[in-house]
Ligand binder design. Structure first.
Ligand code: BGC
Length: 745
């Protein structure tokens, strides 16, 4: 790729000639990509030219609302290093032209956007993608999102979100990968690889942003933006793990979170931002704050005023301030007052410029010319359909209610989410609702209009009116099976969308009660951004398919599963509670001194760790999901009864398809260290694999385990301790075939 072509056809402004000379000296006119050392020399040359205000400008990011004369002049003056969240592709291209051609040093802007689960084509919400347990497919989807968004002038996405969440009241559980650090690490790393491709410089690669660093998901009471308290070993084993995995996958940027972590706001937290991210993980890209998170240091009670907030953010290592302007407003005074070392500012700017160089923004990628917005390509729609299909989790299937025979006469399609394009897209959706294929449309297409009796019953998921019930019951009576599309609308999950109740909102439960009286088989399809509690509904219906918010192609994916053209294979990436009162409930908890039992003599022991009014077990455990066939797990084998701390062994078991349908199964590996110097969880996921089995087929599924896979943190120290381990190969976190092995010193 030619690296400085743009200099030939634009007039050089004051200072640019000198810069060009420096570039030439640094050898940037070659056709090959710059070496890291060459890039650093280019950054040196730029830094030597930059005024303090230009440096503070690079450290500032604003929302691009419109390209007004004021914004144009600000770009010319180097006021912004990045713009995000708005502007048409043409406006972005025009803004970039001004930055490159009319600003003193020609430093390009970087355009950010929340491309969270797709751009033109909307894939399932991340929690749904996680339910696929298919990192390769997740990578492909992210790559499509990068291709579509880069064509629209976007170079940086604020994704993946990898906050571990054990509390479904928190609406942002929808945006992440669930409760497990291993699954989240796999998914987050796959997304980063998808966005960033083999090289950030490629035209269809965009920079990823690991967010929200860190601990945000442990928010007290599930309320958004709330405080978090996380001991260091838990922080490192659980909450930091996916952030470390994406560091290893080469993520370009991080976003510092809103929450206060152990008394220090995450956006001014020198421990996480400097010690862990820079000193331990050697991250050399840049950190952007979350939206106004630097100014929010004041209400956090951590900074007295904007000047102190800026000082704390800069010193802690937040390179770029999103939306609030404390850096710009106070940077000069802080340096003059010796409260911020100018070297710290230079380093912060260096890391921002480094990513701009790596992205090729100084080269071809900076010369973006807007293309007319294109519709989703066939491969994008196919990937969206596959991912939506693989994310479907079958939670109940009494007497093989599903799949419905194609020869079925009529189906009643009922419920507020059967034909709600906007809600099907979920939170943070960029795609247009009119591109969405809803379940109603897909079923009509598959069965023909006259075999589908549609009566929504409720206008939306929060509707409390029973006015539509009579028509719904009539449809149910006239049909051979009832498909009920329940759940929560898109706006009930995502940012600032915490719920204290996890029930189906509105009059949905009443609708189920009415409709089930028609005496027809009832299948509930639940579209939601979080685990909901729907115990009574589950008792009443014959089958339940959990579809999350499945995106553009959710309708065809669901219709295919209902009609048996595809077999559900998703597994829950998060525990489903029976009631909100059990929250937080997660599979990898400690055992306590009085573990409860649900069978055997201990089940009646009152003095164990349980509730008087509800079981201690979840409604559906982590990792759970049924199929149209049945899988049997037998004969766990360990290659050797013991291994040393640095050793390895293999664990295998037979998994057999004992049903009549060929299908995928997600086989899971769990371990438990029985005794250690810090008590270990009752189970920890260490591996998973998607296997495809024909009816009657049996496969030995094998996992390799190294001593290091069993490590945990004692404070900052990562240790593997000798001892006895139990091990399971399992269909979910509450079942499986079991064995044991020993780790010797
Ligand atoms: C959210 C981030 C998002 C940012 C920019 C914030 O409110 O917490 O996740 O990336 O806005 O839109």
């Amino acid at each position: 790729m030619s690296s400085t072509g743009r200099f030939w056809n634009v007039p050089l402004r004051h200072g640019q000639a000198a810069l060009l000379a420096a570039f030439l000296a640094a050898g940037s006119l070659s056709l090959r990509a710059a070496t890291p050392a060459e890039t650093e020399r280019k950054i040196d040359a730029l830094l030597a030219k930059m005024t303090l205000q230009e440096k503070l400008g690079q450290m500032s990011q604003a929302v691009l609302r419109d390209l007004s004369d004021k914004t144009k002049e600000e770009i010319r003056q180097g006021r912004w290093g990045s713009l995000f969240g708005g502007g048409t592709p043409a406006e972005k291209a025009a803004a970039q032209r001004i930055a490159i051609r009319e600003s003193r040093l020609g430093i390009p802007l970087i355009f950010g956007q929340d491309v969270i689960h797709g751009y033109t084509t909307t894939f399932p919400i991340p929690l749904g993608q996680s339910a696929s347990w298919d990192p390769e497919l997740v990578r492909q989807a992210a790559h499509i999102a990068a291709r579509e968004s880069s064509a629209g002038g976007i170079q940086w996405t604020f994704s993946p979100m990898m906050d571990i969440a054990r509390d479904p009241r928190w609406g942002r559980i929808a945006e992440g990968f669930g409760e497990d650090p291993y699954v989240a690490s796999q998914m987050a790393a796959a997304m980063v690889r998808g966005y960033q491709g083999d090289s950030l410089e490629a035209a269809d690669s965009i920079a990823a942003c690991a967010k929200h660093y860190v601990g945000y998901g442990a928010t007290e009471g599930g309320r958004d933006y709330n405080t978090t308290w996380i001991p260091e070993n838990l922080l490192r084993d659980v909450f930091l793990a996916p952030f470390q995995a994406v560091r290893e996958a080469g993520v370009a940027t991080y976003m510092s979170a809103f929450n206060n972590l152990n008394g220090v706001p995450a956006s001014a937290n020198e421990f996480t931002l400097r010690q862990v991210l820079r000193d331990e993980w050697k991250f050399d890209g840049f950190v952007v704050s979350d939206y106004t998170a630097i100014a929010e240091l004041i209400p956090h009670g951590y900074a007295a005023d904007a000047k102190s907030a800026a000082q704390k953010g800069i010193v802690a290592g937040v390179n770029m301030e999103m939306v609030s302007t404390t850096y710009w407003d106070n940077g000069k005074a802080l340096i003059e007052g010796k409260q911020v070392d100018p070297k710290v500012v230079d380093q912060a700017v260096r890391e921002i410029l480094r990513i701009k160089f790596r992205l090729g923004l100084f080269d071809a990628k900076g010369q973006f010319s807007p293309a007319p917005a294109a519709a989703s390509t066939a491969d994008a729609l196919e990937t969206a359909k596959r991912l939506a299909a693989e994310s479907l989790v079958l939670l109940k299937n009494q007497n093989r209610t599903l799949p419905l025979a194609r020869s079925i006469g009529k189906v009643a399609v009922i419920g507020p989410l059967a034909d709600s394009a906007r809600d099907q897209l979920g939170t943070w959706a960029m795609g247009e609702p009119d591109t969405v294929r809803t379940p109603l449309a897909a079923l009509r297409q598959a069965l023909g209009e006259n075999r589908v009796l549609f009566a929504p019953g409720l206008k939306n998921s929060r509707d409390n009116s029973h006015d539509g019930f009579a028509a719904a019951v009539k449809a149910a009576r006239g049909a051979d099976a009832v498909l009920l599309f329940l759940g929560e609308e898109a706006s009930l999950s995502g940012e600032a969308s915490a719920r204290a109740y996890l029930d189906l909102p509105g009059a949905q439960e009443a609708l189920v009660n009415e409709v089930s009286q028609a005496g027809k088989p009832v299948i509930a399809v639940v579209l939601a951004g979080r685990p909901l509690t729907f115990h009574n509904v589950a008792e009443k219906v014959n089958a339940i398919l959990y579809a999350w918010h499945p995106g553009t192609m959710g309708g065809p994916a669901i219709a295919n599963a209902i009609l048996g053209d595809a077999v559900p294979s998703g597994k829950l990436p998060v525990t489903f509670p029976r009631t909100v009162g059990q929250v937080p409930i997660y599979y990898n908890h400690l055992n306590t001194g009085r573990p409860p039992a649900d069978s055997g003599p201990e089940a009646n022991n009152k003095f164990t760790s349980k509730y008087l009014d509800v079981s201690f077990t979840p409604e559906y455990p982590f990792g759970y999901g049924l199929s149209y066939t049945h899988f049997e797990y037998t004969s766990l084998r360990v290659s050797t009864p013991g291994m040393g701390l640095g050793g390895s062994l293999t664990i295998s078991a037979d998994v057999a398809n004992t049903g009549a349908v060929e299908a995928d199964e997600i086989v899971q590996l769990y371990t438990r260290q029985m005794t250690a110097s810090l008590a270990r969880p009752v189970r920890e996921l260490k591996g998973f694999r998607r296997v495809h089995l024909k009816p009657g087929e049996k496969q030995s599924v094998e996992f390799a385990l190294r001593g290091g896979d069993l490590a945990f943190h004692k404070g900052s120290q990562l240790v593997t301790e000798p001892g006895l381990f139990q091990v399971w190969i399992a269909p979910d976190s509450a079942a499986g075939t079991q064995g044991q092995f020993v780790v010797t010193p």
